[in-house]
Write a protein that binds this ligand. Structure first.
Ligand SMILES: O[C@H]1[C@H](O)[C@@H](O)[C@H](O)[C@@H](O)[C@H]1O
Length: 549
């Protein structure tokens, strides 16, 4: 079906507008309506309630970062502790890749769950799995047990990685949404730094790896109780679930009771209107489950939601953008540094490869802070268009520098020396180039794709975000599996040049189809994508909002 053919399904709310107004997404009618209804310009800061729950929900990001970051040091310290034999290469790759593989499987399923039972329940269930996975890993004495533990953690990571940005995004005022969602990226990258440090501290102790993997249970348990006791469901989910009074109560806390009462009403009206439009549209399509109840209707509704993600033009465009960004986030090769930088640094002759690779994790964290400070002011699109060229420059320099380094076989890496003047210079150039690349990544591509939930309307938000997250984990698995073979097949020069080419592709795609969504309320983003990618118009309107700030 073409985009235009699908439009009547979603444009029911325009039925009472004159024909010419119906044709223009950004006509004055819409603009005034939007600006009058959800005008957040008087908001100065997010407020303690929002900060509290963003930080509490962000702990899942810490677990995500920790569990994905800790595996490299765990693998080198296990020795013969599992199944009474040294780990084979096959064991190692299974242990590493089962986490991302199960994350890939989990996200589309928990995407459905988040719609049926709520966002909060998914975060809580992920916590339980984080705890179980961590305990199983630290207690097991077999390779199979380790793989089972890592797989359980994979399900938790897959669920948490999509639901936490969704949860934060649905609770935040539009004005601060970019920054607040970036907090979860700060937790992820912070978790990776902590994992490197813990890995380094425990790696020399006998059985230290059991502590490395077991420690992850603590923040998960703490988060479980905090969430269980204090944190609310999101107002958007509550409206969807027919609990409007509760939704209003949460919004009052978000905007500050009595301070911005008008805003609370305005946001509620917008969410309700979006829901009514969607119900109208669903009725127009004769969708299942609208009037019916029961399990069969629920299953049909899920199938219908999946179909609507593809059939409805605005949803399809949102899905294309979200999956594209998540795909590029991984295919640009960043996680090959996360998983293998210690190996690379030992090959090029660094005496303390683990410590050197800590600098990669630290740079990632430090520059995510830059994104946190500027993302709402600079905008998602512009921050990507500025930062991806930095990644290309870093990768290109890396490729060139590898051309001047002769790599020893992996087994002889320990004996590689930094004796000659050329071998002293080029490893440092490689380190500098990688740090530059990581800085560019952290500012943009490392975090902007996690803003994904804002692209989707409420009816398909959870599913759409979950599918984009599955793209992330699928590409992550691919990079994990292909990096070492590519280094052999194409040499490091070819591998890093290829990643640079992927980044160029990412830049062009962002430039062509990613509209600016910073500062828009969640209900207004749909309007941007309704008739096309809306890039030019969104940029023009973003500039207008910036002038009005
Ligand atoms: O946003 C995160 C972050 O950039 C991490 O450092 C990276 O390891 C993840 O794959 C990514 O999803």
């Amino acid at each position: 079906m073409t985009d235009t053919a699908a439009e009547p399904l979603i444009a029911n709310h325009h039925r009472d507008l004159p024909d010419d107004a119906r044709d223009h997404r950004y006509d004055h009618h819409d603009e005034e309506e939007v600006d009058q209804e959800v005008d957040e310009s008087a908001l100065v800061s997010p407020g303690p309630f929002i900060w509290g729950l963003t930080i509490c929900a962000g702990v899942s990001g810490l677990l995500f970062g920790y569990d994905t970051g800790v595996i490299s040091s765990t693998l080198v310290s296990i020795g013969s502790d599992l199944s009474s034999r040294p780990l084979s290469t096959f064991d190692k790759s299974l242990i590493t890749s089962c986490t991302s593989f199960f994350a890939l499987l989990a996200s589309p399923l928990t995407g459905i769950l988040a719609d049926q039972v709520g966002r909060k329940v998914v975060i809580l269930s992920a916590d339980v799995l984080f705890v179980l996975g961590a305990l199983l890993q630290s207690w097991t004495s077999t390779v199979g047990g380790m793989i089972a533990g890592r797989s359980i953690v994979g399900v938790a990571v897959g669920s948490a990685s999509f639901v936490v940005p969704l949860y934060i995004g649905e609770l935040s005022p539009g004005k601060f949404r970019g920054r607040l969602v970036t907090v979860s990226s700060l937790f992820i990258t912070g978790g990776q730094v902590v994992a490197y440090i813990i890995g380094w501290l425990f790696s020399e102790r006998a059985g230290g790896w059991r502590w490395m993997v077991g420690i992850g249970a603590v923040p998960a348990a703490v988060q479980f109780f905090m969430l269980f006791l204090f944190l609310p469901e999101t107002p958007r989910y509550l409206v969807k679930a027919g609990r409007k009074a509760k939704a209003k109560g949460v919004l009052q806390k978000v905007y500050g009771e009595g301070v911005h009462g008008g805003l609370v009403e305005a946001v509620l009206r917008r969410v309700e209107r979006e829901m009514l439009e969607e119900e109208d549209a669903a009725e127009g399509r004769g969708s299942p489950g609208v009037a019916k109840s029961g399990w069969k209707a629920k299953v049909e509704k899920v199938q219908d939601n999946y179909a609507q993600l593809v059939i409805v033009g605005g949803n399809r465009r949102a899905l294309i953008i979200a999956c594209m960004l998540q795909g590029f986030q991984q295919l640009c090769g960043f996680n090959s540094l996360m998983y293998f930088s210690a190996t690379i640094f030992s090959l090029v002759g660094f005496r303390s490869p683990t410590l050197t690779s800590l600098s990669i994790a630290l740079t990632n964290f430090a520059f995510t802070l830059v994104a946190f400070a500027y993302i709402d002011r600079i905008g998602r699109r512009r921050i990507l268009l500025w930062s991806i060229p930095i990644m290309v420059a870093g990768l290109a320099l890396c490729a060139v520098a590898f051309g001047f380094v002769t790599l020893p076989d992996e087994e002889h890496a320990a004996a590689a020396s930094v004796g000659t003047s050329s071998s002293r210079t080029w490893p440092l150039v490689i380190l500098l180039a990688m740090t530059t690349y990581v800085a560019g990544y952290a500012i943009g591509l490392g975090n902007v794709p996690w803003q994904q939930s804002e692209l989707f309307p409420l009816s398909v938000r959870s599913l759409g975000s979950a599918l984009a997250t599955a793209t992330n984990w699928g590409s992550n698995t691919l990079i994990g599996i292909t990096f070492l073979p590519m280094m052999e097949l194409f040499t490091p020069v070819g591998t890093f040049a290829l990643y640079a080419a992927v980044c160029v592709g990412a830049w062009v795609s962002v430039w062509r189809i990613y509209p600016e969504t910073a500062g828009l309320s969640l209900e207004d983003v749909g309007g941007v994508l309704r008739d096309g990618f809306g890039v030019e118009e969104s940029v023009r309107r973003f500039r207008g909002r910036r002038r009005g700030m």
